[in-house]
Write a protein of this length. Structure first.
Length: 135
């Protein structure tokens, strides 16, 4: 008999399309990782009162960054380069936090599972328990 949880944990997959941005923007975002403090900075970037769970804000960050990238490509007057760099820092940090926080499935062989069940059974069938030693 083996134990199978009813929850399947998957690692977050990257978005359908990779980010293709100028190297100066990516370099600035990578350098900004050193000063990033999730609890402080993510609330400010999202303009929110609380900090969401790792990875849950990625779609919102990617959508806003995509809008800013379109404004950059169109040379729009309202393009905010500082905001764009902050969003890129947040996206990189959230992707890293989502991957780090994702549970990794534990693989056990049938022998290890059987050995664990036997040891649990030995503990439960010891003196002073309500379970008989041999049914």
């Amino acid at each position: 008999m083996s134990y199978m949880p009813n929850v399947i944990a998957f690692r977050p997959r990257p978005a359908a399309e990779p980010l293709r941005r100028p190297s100066a923007l990516i370099r600035a975002a990578r350098e900004g990782q050193a000063g990033w403090r999730r609890e402080r900075d993510l609330k400010r970037v999202l303009r929110s009162d609380h900090c969401p769970a790792p990875g849950t804000s990625l779609p919102r960050l990617r959508a806003e960054e995509s809008a800013l990238n379109n404004a950059r490509l169109q040379h729009a007057a309202d393009y905010d380069m500082h905001r764009h760099v902050m969003l890129m820092i947040a996206i990189l940090a959230e992707m890293r936090a989502a991957v780090a926080g994702a549970p990794v499935p534990v693989r056990t062989s049938a022998r290890i599972g059987a050995a664990m069940l036997a040891s649990v059974g030995a503990v439960l069938s010891g003196p002073g328990t309500a379970i008989p030693a041999h049914p």
